[in-house]
Ligand binder design. Sequence first.
Ligand SMILES: *[C@@H]1O[C@H](CO)[C@@H](O)[C@H](O)[C@H]1NC(C)=O
Ligand SMILES: *[C@@H]1O[C@H](CO)[C@@H](O)[C@H](O)[C@H]1NC(C)=O
Length: 152
Amino acid sequence: MKTLFFLFFYLVFTTNASPIAKTPIGSTKKLCLYSHWTVYIYNVMIDPVTVHIKSGDDDLGDHTLQFNDTENWSFCENIWTTTLFYAYFNCKNTKPVAFNVFDHVTSVNYGSRSFIYSERRLVWLVRDDGFYVGKNLTPFPDEMTKLYDWSY
Ligand SMILES: *[C@@H]1O[C@H](CO)[C@@H](O)[C@H](O)[C@H]1NC(C)=O
Ligand SMILES: *[C@@H]1O[C@H](CO)[C@@H](O)[C@H](O)[C@H]1NC(C)=O
């Protein structure tokens, strides 16, 4: 019985925890047991930035963001709040930088608040002087917090 119970939860939660939304954002609401997140990355570096996002289960591949380009992805945070995405950033004249672009602590501290079934947001801004995070793309630097530096 215990095994069955566990299996049930395993299936429910792992299915729901699949990080990549299969539908375009905004078209269909994803129903999550815990938070539904969309993470945005905006590049305002003049040189293109290559971003490679990964989690334990998913590899979102390489994306090259030109100046003023953006990418986003959506997922359900699992109820254990262990959902984590990390990213490698590369740019001409910089050394590669890697850090968690989504984890529970970062999302609680800088992401938008939780309302029942509403989508939550975490926004990263990639600038020459480093990586900023906030809950919205506000006129810089309002409500953005710098968390990481490039290494030149
Ligand atoms: C960046 O993109 C936004 C819309 O995505 C646009 O309104 C803005 O003018 C662009 N900025 C520059 C400097 O190109
Ligand atoms: C989010 O990404 C999708 C493609 O994955 C794109 O169609 C959509 O315009 C993006 N939204 C924003 C606000 O950048």
